[in-house]
Design a protein around this ligand. Structure first.
Ligand code: PLP
Length: 349
């Protein structure tokens, strides 16, 4: 730390992303990336778009936003795109967290970091004993609500009626529903967008659309909420989604069959892996995401993670109270999951 750092940032604990080692032959199941390549047509679209990189990118991301509006049945002014969903979540925290924020103790670790970065008050509510969100904790509340649904790293999801109760109980607060993993089988709050002015649904191309490295996210909400987000964006970095990413995103949206095929395969592999881990004595939560949250039998989470690593398999662990013995295991290809299970059997033997 230099002597120049602002006082307020001296105690800030930055987010620690999952490792991204550039090592060959690693079975990388630690950051919830897709095992599948980008959709057909994405690479060609990027190559074509590269021919106009001398120009600034389209501020309105016209083609991409138009396709998103078509895909999700909304108007273009009910959608804002961003440099990964992390960026639009950060904008939303700044825009709507002025009266404070409320979110669970076990959830996406960046929520605490943004709250601290922007100096916003946060109320952190413990999940129940089985790692569920108790919706009563979010009723009679006077803060912006933030819920990842499905939650990360647990993979557990709230139903639409449960989400509705939270939305209706907070008419004077924005309810941010972070749906980074919703495509893998959870119920979406999207249908609330035209009906409730306080719902902001945030999605990403990083997981279900095979584009983590392109950095593309988007938010869907009432025209007024999207206007507010654009106010923050135009006060920070208006050209936030570059030309190549806009082209890649539009090309990906033109391949709905590929999207569905990859989802189906991931969900099937998740169910298969869950059953195999349970046969080996693991405790595995019911996941609606592209990962499993699982605790090994007869050893600590740390020991299991370390032994997997010695066998070139990377998984994620959070050294937090209540979950230190759980691993978050990304669902990769069937072959990758077979390799995980082979390594696991060796470790348990
Ligand atoms: C719950 C949740 N929200 C948002 C993100 C951010 O994704 P991205 O910035 O790649 O869109 C992640 C990434 O892992 C996540 O787990």
């Amino acid at each position: 730390m230099s002597k120049f750092l602002s006082d307020r940032l001296q105690t800030l604990k930055a987010y620690v992303p999952g490792e991204q080692p550039r090592v060959r032959n690693l079975i990388k199941l630690n950051t919830n990336e897709s095992p599948f390549p980008p959709a057909p047509g994405v690479q060609e679209a990027v190559e074509k778009a590269a021919g106009s990189l001398q120009l600034y990118n389209d501020l309105a991301a016209t083609e991409l936003t138009g396709l998103l509006a078509e895909t999700y049945g909304l108007q273009t002014d009910e959608i804002a795109v961003s440099n990964g969903s992390d960026e639009i979540l950060a904008f939303a925290f700044q825009a709507f967290g002025g009266h404070g924020l409320i979110f669970p103790d076990i959830t996406y670790g960046f929520y605490t970091v943004w709250a601290d970065l922007y100096g916003l008050d946060k109320k952190i509510v413990p999940l129940t004993g089985d790692f569920s969100v108790d919706i009563r904790d979010y009723q009679g509340n006077d803060r912006c609500v933030v819920l990842a649904n499905p939650n990360a790293p647990t993979g557990k999801a709230l139903s639409v009626p449960e989400l509705r109760q939270i939305v209706e109980a907070n008419p004077d607060q924005v309810v941010i529903v972070d749906e980074a993993y919703v495509d893998f089988g959870a119920e979406s709050a999207l249908a609330f967008v035209p009906r409730y002015e306080n719902v902001l649904v945030v999605r990403t191309f990083s997981k279900s659309r095979q584009m983590a490295g392109a950095r593309l996210g988007f938010a869907m909400g009432s025209r007024q909420l999207i206007d507010d987000l654009n106010r923050v964006r135009y006060s920070f970095h208006p050209y936030n989604v570059n030309t190549l990413t806009q082209a890649a995103g539009a090309a990906a949206l033109r391949q709905p069959q590929y999207f569905e095929k990859c989802l189906k395969e991931t969900v099937e592999t998740r169910q298969w892996t869950k059953a195999r881990l349970e046969e080996l004595g693991f405790l595995v939560l019911d996941s609606k995401a592209n990962f499993l949250f699982a605790a090994p039998p007869g050893m600590t989470g740390e020991a299991y993670q370390q032994k997997l690593r010695e066998r070139n398999v990377l998984v994620r662990r959070f050294d937090w109270p209540r979950i230190r013995d759980y691993l978050r295991i990304t669902i990769g290809s069937k072959a990758q999951m077979e390799a995980l299970l082979t390594a696991t059997k060796e470790i348990l033997a």
